[in-house]
Ligand binder design. Structure first.
Ligand SMILES: NC(=O)c1ccc[n+]([C@@H]2O[C@H](COP(=O)([O-])OP(=O)(O)OC[C@H]3O[C@@H](n4cnc5c(N)ncnc54)[C@H](OP(=O)(O)O)[C@@H]3O)[C@@H](O)[C@H]2O)c1
Length: 294
């Protein structure tokens, strides 16, 4: 039995779907407030709880062989990204779990990123390494599904694209479906045991390439509006008066927009060889989903 936390998130959902397609038993940790009907219909075991409640984590781990931790919430990195994972690791140890797969983030090891979510993930990685559990830590780049709403807006505005920050910043967006497969396969592949992998797509992109990809898909000439980062800073400062959690979330968005997050071709080649996978390009991912949506 797998336990998947963050099962209603964009990655967690895909992991649960794939496990049920493979007829592998999976317990999906969900919140009562979330939409988990699809996961139920697919035959996963639904565990309703809150990761801020230790008792819920304790009960969710009972009888489980593998854990895939995908949950996150940039508005509350201490409680969700940090503390809930520490508790999950402790419970995993106490229950002699065979393998713990942790979804971290690319760039987590950079000292200069003073971002609470990145710091939380770094501390969780350190704790997991020291735990004595079998582990695989995946450090993904940005997920391809994040771009689907942007692509739809591009289509609906006949090619308008707002690019905040440096258009030359490099990134390697990962297919969220590939990442789901890699997370699951980590428990079976010997070469993935007790390893850390950066996970990105096959193409090293610049941020300004994204409207070009949208343009090719929709056969539209992009009109790029490039706004400087301080626009986001001003928005954050204003919102902070009303909502400090939203301000924190935007802080992580700022970290992502202000820096480069990409994998080297050697890292991708290693990933493909260990997992026996050919990583999907962003363009192919978007085409698959946008055709489905039309
Ligand atoms: N998205 C990216 O581009 C990206 C890039 C690199 C790394 N990552 C990391 O990858 C992981 C998955 O990302 P994602 O985009 O799939 O996340 P997501 O869509 O934001 O989903 C987060 C999940 O965490 C759950 N969650 C939050 N607070 C909870 C609580 N108190 N109790 C129980 N569940 C709770 C959410 O449940 P609800 O549905 O109830 O809200 C949701 O299922 C995260 O750890 C993220 O930091 C993401």
């Amino acid at each position: 039995m797998f336990l998947v936390t963050g099962a209603t998130g964009s990655l967690g959902r895909r992991i649960v779907r794939l496990l049920t397609q493979r007829d592998t038993p999976v317990r999906a940790f969900v919140r009562l407030s979330s939409n988990y009907r699809e996961l139920e219909l697919r035959g996963s075991q639904i565990f309703v709880g809150d990761l801020q409640i230790d008792k819920d984590i304790n009960r969710a781990v009972d009888g489980v062989k593998y854990i895939i931790s995908t949950h996150g919430y940039p508005g509350n990195p201490f409680a969700i990204d940090y503390r809930a994972n520490i508790e999950l690791i402790d419970r995993a140890k106490a229950n002699k779990i065979e393998h713990f797969v942790y979804i971290s983030v690319l760039g987590v090891d950079r000292e200069n990123l003073n971002d609470p979510t990145f710091k939380a993930k770094k501390e969780v990685e350190k704790y997991l390494l020291r735990s004595g559990l079998n582990y695989t830590i995946l450090r993904p780049a940005g997920f391809a599904n994040n771009l689907l709403p942007l692509a739809e807006r591009f289509r609906d505005t006949r090619g308008l694209y707002l690019l905040i920050g440096n258009p030359n910043n490099r990134l390697s967006i990962v297919s969220t479906d590939d990442l789901a497969k890699i997370a699951i396969d980590s428990v079976d592949i010997a070469a993935a045991k007790n390893q850390i992998f950066p996970v990105g797509g096959p193409d090293l992109l610049k941020r300004e390439d994204i409207p070009g990809i949208f343009g090719r898909i929709f056969k539209l000439e992009p009109t790029i509006v490039n706004a400087p980062l301080f626009v986001l800073d001003a928005l954050r400062a204003g919102l902070g008066i009303f909502d400090s959690q939203l301000q924190d979330s935007l802080g992580t968005v700022r970290t992502l927009l202000a820096n480069e997050f990409f994998c080297t071709s050697e890292e991708i080649a290693n990933l493909e060889s260990v997992y026996g996978i050919e990583m999907e390009s962003l363009e192919s991912f978007l085409k698959r989903y946008l055709v489905k949506m039309n």
